[in-house]
Design a binder for this molecule. Structure first.
Ligand SMILES: *[C@@H]1O[C@H](CO)[C@@H](O)[C@H](O)[C@H]1NC(C)=O
Length: 399
């Protein structure tokens, strides 16, 4: 009898203990409970902020849940972590999104803000699923007219933050950059999908500045500017299994605008595919005086499909050739490996190393590169570059 009682009570006791443990462990905040409207017409910003503040105040890990539906976020919003008077206590916040956050169709609502959806000084934040629709088209139309237009907002900007995960997020039609990481440490973006037309201006897919330990995996980026752009001060980046196109390819740069500028180092870009893009893998620096640098970069296993400049270093970068600085680039570019880059170039010169006399490129290595121009061999051009080539097919190297 006693044994029987024990065996039946103990599992029940455990069940309740677990239940209590589980409910104490994770707090969930559904934005609908705080007044969000899933109809896409009524402003939901304050409801999202309420959910965020509660999640922050929770001493346990918290989940913010956004059910299916469209949620209007009608002006720029900042989700702040450790501010002076607003300290996020939560150990971790996960934002699970099934729905779409949508910006107003009138571009002025967010067009003068730097960022539409901003995270500032947060730690251990995961954004999972969902769509961000910035409705950028009217602003692009304005920019191609004679009217004066706002600069446009970055859709999702994460500043001074660490331990960030962005999972299966979709960004549509940003006004400016889709996703920006600024001064972040340890971030992982995976299964991200970015969509904007090939002719949308400045709609870089993922833009990185002064960040370290950023990984981008299994993502698909179709946009009007760089697929991924790597600005000054980035290090320890890992980019793998990314498909780009349309757009301007994966770029390190532009660098060298400022005289005092932190460099870019330890960047690996592997197993990427470029479809009909302007560039494949590019390094671009302004022809200005700068102490910036690029070193220890590996571009590996890339497939090029009809790409205008599959491999390019452009040390005289000046888009549209307007107001070019016309100095000599002083950004030092060294130790860059291109390995197993293959496919087709849309122009005859598939490999272009346009470095400068001031700081020639050095330690440039082409290995097992096989690029064709149609059915013909492709060509390469070199200026002020030192390096070695091996195992080349489909074209002759100027190195
Ligand atoms: C280079 O970056 C990778 C992450 O992409 C990191 O694991 C590695 O330790 C870094 N190497 C150095 C020398 O910092």
């Amino acid at each position: 009898m006693f044994i029987k009682l024990i065996t039946s009570v103990v599992p029940v006791l455990f069940f309740f203990l677990q239940l209590q443990y589980a409910s104490a462990k994770v707090a969930t905040y559904n934005v609908l409970s705080y007044g969000a409207k899933a109809n896409g017409r009524l402003e939901s910003k304050n409801a999202f902020l309420k959910a965020w503040n509660l999640a922050c105040a929770s001493t346990n890990p918290a989940i913010i849940y956004v059910p299916t539906g469209r949620y209007l976020i009608a002006s720029a919003v900042t989700f702040a972590g450790a501010y002076l008077f607003n300290t996020c206590k939560s150990k971790a916040i996960t934002i699970n999104i099934d729905g779409t956050l949508v910006a107003p169709s009138s571009y002025n609502a967010i067009g003068n803000a730097e960022v539409w959806i901003k995270f500032h000084r947060v730690n251990r934040v995961t954004i999972s699923g969902g769509t961000l629709d910035a409705q950028g088209a009217p602003l692009w139309a304005c920019k191609s007219s004679v009217k004066t237009c706002p600069k446009g907002a970055t859709t999702l900007g994460i500043y001074h933050s660490q331990n960030i995960v962005i999972n299966r997020l979709r960004s549509l039609n940003s006004q400016m950059f889709h996703i920006l990481l600024y001064a972040c440490n340890n971030a992982k973006l995976q299964g991200v999908s970015i969509v904007a037309p090939g002719l949308s201006p400045n709609t870089d897919g993922i833009h990185l500045i002064s960040s370290t330990g950023v990984t981008v995996l299994n993502s698909k980026i179709a946009t009007g500017d760089d697929c991924i752009s790597i600005g000054p001060g980035n290090s320890n980046l890992w980019i793998e299994k990314v498909v780009c196109g349309p757009g301007h390819g994966i770029s390190i740069g532009s660098l060298g605008w400022d005289l005092q500028e932190p460099g870019v180092q330890n960047v690996t870009v592997k197993s990427t595919t470029f479809i009909g893009t302007q560039n494949g893998v590019r390094i671009k620096t302004w022809a200005r005086r700068s102490n910036g640098f690029v070193k220890n970069v590996v571009f590996q296993h890339s497939t090029m499909v009809n790409v205008q400049n599959p491999i390019i270093i452009d040390a005289n970068y000046c888009p549209n050739n307007a107001n070019c600085p016309n100095h000599v680039s002083r950004v030092k570019i060294s130790n860059v490996v291109y390995e197993d880059v293959h496919g087709t170039s849309a122009t005859r010169v598939a490999v272009k190393f346009d470095c400068t006399k001031g700081k020639p490129c050095s330690g440039i290595r082409l290995k097992d590169v096989n690029l064709k121009y149609g059915s013909q061999p492709a060509a390469s051009s070199c200026s002020y570059v030192a390096g070695v080539a091996s195992g080349l097919r489909g074209f002759t190297s100027c190195l």
